[in-house]
Design a protein around this ligand. Structure first.
Ligand code: NAG
Ligand code: NAG
Ligand code: NAG
Length: 257
């Protein structure tokens, strides 16, 4: 009958493991929709999407139901001989992709790093930094200066501490982060066809990405109620009607008289 004595430590360990395991019901991501954006910093359509469309999620309550993943790599390739990054819109694009990757890590809360990326991409979308101009050899140096002026002025405007970004960029950490973003982009199935490439719960939206709010509202399983932002979207409004009908059902005996 010594088994009780021997079992006790196991029971204790099991109890301790139970106590220190995070409870799934405490997850803050309950029902949230995964929205992923694969882009490159100087791509005009990416800049337009970030500055003029994705911002709508932040200007409404839609962001409350979104886990946003921002992946600044896009169509970048690696020179197999030198290991250098080759970006579709030139060297300055590689530079700004890496600065944005650093921003995501250094200013780890979503709002600061998104506002930073939004600021840089607004400039690009308004023709501030243009890929075409940058690729001209004689403007290479002045373009790099313009690019660093741009992100620094965004950081200053948003009162974000810049030291961490210089450290991240010059230490090689930025390159490491970019290689992780490359791996994430390479894992896409189906592979991305262009940028911006937007996915909701891993399902690509293809060229309907502008309507991402519809898809997010449709995919959301944490309601009702859905965020008010969903009322104005086509699918969201339809779902809201369905939820309203369901909510009415249990009360129908009282209502039908
Ligand atoms: C873009 O940023 C550069 C550098 O800060 C600035 O000179 C330029 O005026 C900006 N352009 C726009 C359209 O915001
Ligand atoms: C969202 O992404 C997280 C982390 O990758 C994953 O665990 C979760 O299942 C995803 N949620 C949905 C609804 O696909
Ligand atoms: C959104 O729709 C829901 C359900 O139809 C409604 O209860 C809510 O008041 C609406 N919100 C706004 C801001 O229109």
């Amino acid at each position: 009958m010594a088994s009780g004595g021997r079992l006790f430590p196991f029971a204790l360990v099991t109890l301790l493991l139970f106590l220190i395991s995070p409870s799934p019901s405490l997850s803050s991501d309950d029902g949230k929709v995964n929205l992923s954006l694969y882009y490159e910093s100087l791509c005009p359509s990416s800049a337009d999407f970030i500055a003029n469309h994705l911002v709508k999620a932040f200007d409404t309550d839609l962001i409350d139901i979104i886990n946003l993943k921002i992946v600044p790599w896009g169509n970048t390739r690696i020179d197999s001989r030198t290991g250098a990054f080759i970006c579709q819109h030139g060297e300055v694009e590689c530079y700004l992709n890496t600065i944005q990757a650093c921003g995501i890590e250094v200013w780890s809360d979503l709002n600061p790093h998104f506002n930073f990326i939004r600021c840089v991409e607004r400039n690009v979308s308004e023709g501030g930094l243009q890929a075409g101009k940058i690729s001209a050899v004689h403007q290479e140096e002045s373009s790099n200066v313009a690019a660093s002026k741009l992100w620094e002025s965004c950081a200053e405007e948003l009162k974000l501490e810049e030291a961490g970004i210089y450290e991240c960029y010059t230490s090689g950490r930025g390159r490491e982060l970019e290689l992780q973003y490359k791996a994430e982009t390479d894992q896409l199935s189906p592979p991305h066809g262009y940028t911006p490439w937007v996915a909701v719960n891993d399902q690509p939206l293809y060229d309907d990405y502008m309507n991402f709010m519809d898809y997010v509202c449709q995919a959301y399983e944490g309601g009702p109620p859905k965020p008010a932002a969903c009322n104005s979207t086509r699918r969201g409004a339809n779902s809201a009607i369905r939820y309203a009908d369901e909510a009415r059902k249990p009360r129908s005996p009282f209502w039908s008289t």
